[in-house]
Design a protein around this ligand. Sequence first.
Ligand SMILES: [Cu+2]
Length: 118
Amino acid sequence: MRFVPLIRMAAAAIALTLASSVLAAAHPSIDVVASNWQFTPSTIELHVGQPTKLRLTSSEGVHGLKSDELGIPQTTIVPGTWTTVVVTPQKAGTYVLHCTIVCGAGHPNMTLTVHVVP
Ligand SMILES: [Cu+2]
């Protein structure tokens, strides 16, 4: 009986797909694209206590993001890769995050502004 393993595999694949879509739906997600020398969008909004997935990539150059206050570990952002960080802000306010990797002339002004609202 070859069908049984096939059916089991199909069932497992469907279960996995459902589980990952449930996980994906669990947290809102924001895509941020780094380039020389900006983050796009340059301002995002998060909610206190609400876990949010930040999906980070670069269209140009290697950049970085980190925030002790927001609980974002040092994260390197490279072209061709999406790096995901889940952020759960604890305190309302405006946080200005600077690029953490020296990336050229515009590096000192390369910021991502995070508005954390209730
Ligand atoms: Cu930089």
